[in-house]
Design a protein around this ligand. Structure first.
Ligand code: ZN
Length: 178
């Protein structure tokens, strides 16, 4: 069983800017291990600390490219260019996804769990993952990235999701009155 329950849209923890990490220590390493286990159990390709209720600037990922799971502390996007449209989903908005256009390529800097500086050049799917997870530690969800039409549609879908009446949720054993 995964160590954490993933927070879903409506939870205020997802709307706050997370704090910089000042201590990279054994406690943080254990948090990362638990986040990776939670991500694999979901399953997902990335998970940010606020999604497990922890207000720290940290996320983990494994985009299935054979390099395994990674973590980055205090990440920042220092450069981005291009444009790429991709059908994006989120573990905190389960069952829903939208075509979202964002920069294609990003240059990300941060620190690893030893405190060393690390940097990544990423584009397409990997670049998208970095942007999505970085949004999470800034309190931004993919529903905040929708265009007007998508946002109008999403309002209803998200409300249904929060009420537990979404198509993805089983409603057996419960009567729906409407
Ligand atoms: Zn997400």
């Amino acid at each position: 069983m995964a160590p954490y329950e993933i927070r879903v849209i409506g939870d205020p923890v997802l709307k706050q800017r997370a704090d910089d990490i000042t201590d990279i220590d054994g406690k943080l390493a254990r948090l990362v291990d638990d986040m990776i286990a939670t991500m694999y159990a979901a399953p997902g390709v990335g998970l940010a600390a606020p999604q497990v209720g922890v207000q720290k600037r940290l996320f983990v990922w494994d985009i299935d490219d054979g390099t395994g799971a990674h973590a980055i502390v205090n990440p920042e996007i220092v450069e981005s260019d291009g444009e790429w449209t991709y059908q994006e989903g989120c573990l905190s908005v389960p069952g829903l996804s939208w075509e979202i256009t964002r920069p294609n390529h990003v240059h990300v800097v941060g620190r690893d769990l030893e405190g060393n500086e690390v940097s990544f050049d990423a584009s397409e799917f990997e670049g998208r993952m970095f942007q999505h997870e970085l949004d999470h530690i800034n309190g931004v969800l993919l529903v905040d990235r929708l265009d007007e039409d998508q946002a109008r549609q999403a309002k209803r879908q998200v409300r249904e999701l929060m009420l537990g009446l979404g198509e993805q949720r089983p409603v057996s054993g419960r009567l729906s009155l409407r």
